[in-house]
Design a protein around this ligand. Structure first.
Ligand code: UDP
Length: 338
């Protein structure tokens, strides 16, 4: 029997956590999914055992880590909707910051001192630079970004005080789906651009709109750096290996270095699917910066990571394949098209 290194994946039943669990299993790890299923899906925990638990429960985390001889944790369990964080900051600080502190306590009590942390390009806020380098962090413009930045700072202090090593991966816009068709974006309500555009084409989102056309960008709509979730997953495996090989970690961007505007994304969605949707422009969404594009150089150097699945057609085709499976076309639309 081959011995597999166990890792704990908090939020492993969510979108990014499940893709990273699959990649970790394929790299020879045993991913133990730890999820309270508040937004995750039990059927996404396919690559190891599912333990239903909350990150606030330090005692349970300590027992699970000891019982499974967990060597490192990948931590995804968090809320991630920028707009919601503006209207309900307590929800974000309690879960994303206090919840992470409880996880860190559970880990330390069990003697586990390696963490891959799911951070975000939102730690840059209005960085005003393009592409953005890691050193620009801290100008956050919404509670979601601040909650992640607070945790990054906590982890820096833990490294200095406790030799608790971590890699913070600052994702830009995660998107796309695994070609297996078994996992993908499934949220209720859906707030992200690409899935909302696809669900609008299917008749499952009735109020799809472009949020803001008056930004200081080439076409007036906001610009983001879209990275395929399987590229993110490969970077997580590289980060795990870095920590398990004795690296002390750091904070790295995960992006492509290429920005697309909301309008370019919507045009690409229509072109790839061959469908159309009435386009409405609404006011800006609170908390949205105009441009977020990564400088990916440091993650290439430190993790040997380069995005290879993140061409826009690949992203949209894989997401569309998933959405067609996950949310079949509404009956009246199917009939109208018959
Ligand atoms: N967006 C939009 N319509 C939507 C959802 C999002 O115009 O239905 C815009 C949003 O304002 C932002 C960009 O698309 O400028 C990406 O938003 P998303 O929520 O996908 O990711 P975020 O950048 O907030 O992490």
């Amino acid at each position: 029997m081959t011995y597999k290194i166990s890792i704990l994946v908090t939020g492993g039943a969510g979108y990014i956590g499940s893709h990273c669990s699959k990649a970790a299993a394929e790299a020879g790890f045993m991913p133990i999914c730890y999820d309270n299923l508040s937004t995750g899906h039990a059927d996404f925990a396919r690559w190891g055992p599912l333990i239903v638990g909350d990150i606030h429960d330090s005692g349970k985390l300590t027992s699970v880590i000891r019982e499974h001889n967990v060597q490192a944790v990948m931590h995804f369990a968090a809320f991630s909707a920028v707009g919601e964080s503006v209207v309900d900051p307590q929800k974000y600080y309690f879960n994303n910051v206090a919840g992470t502190l409880a996880l860190l306590r559970g880990m330390r009590d069990a003697g586990c001192d390696k963490l891959v942390f799911s951070s975000t390009g939102a730690v840059y806020g209005n960085a005003g630079r393009d592409p953005i380098q890691e050193s620009a962090a801290g100008q956050t413009v919404n509670p979601y970004g601040r909650s992640k930045w607070m945790v990054e700072q906590i982890l820096t202090d833990y490294r200095a005080a406790y030799q608790f090593n971590s890699v913070c991966l600052r994702y830009f816009n995660a998107c796309g789906a695994d070609p297996s068709g078994s996992i993908g974006e499934r949220r209720d309500p859906e707030t992200h651009l690409i899935p909302r555009a696809l669900m609008a084409l299917q008749g499952h989102v009735s109020n799809f709109a472009i949020f803001g056309e008056d930004y200081d960008t080439p076409d007036g709509t906001a610009v983001r750096d879209y990275i395929h979730v399987n590229d993110l997953a490969a970077a997580h495996v590289a980060a795990l290996q870095l920590l398990l090989n004795g690296g002390s970690g750091g904070a790295f961007n995960l992006g492509t270095g290429v920005g697309y505007s909301v309008r370019q994304i919507v045009d690409a969605v229509l072109a790839e699917t061959g469908r159309s949707v009435p386009l409405v422009v609404r006011e800006r969404r609170a908390g949205d910066p105009p441009i977020l594009v990564a400088d990916p150089a440091q993650s290439e150097t430190a993790l040997g990571f380069k995005a290879t699945h993140s061409g826009l057609p690949d992203i949209i085709r894989s997401a569309w394949a998933w959405h067609q499976k996950a949310h079949p076309l509404r009956e009246d639309i199917r009939e109208a098209q018959a």
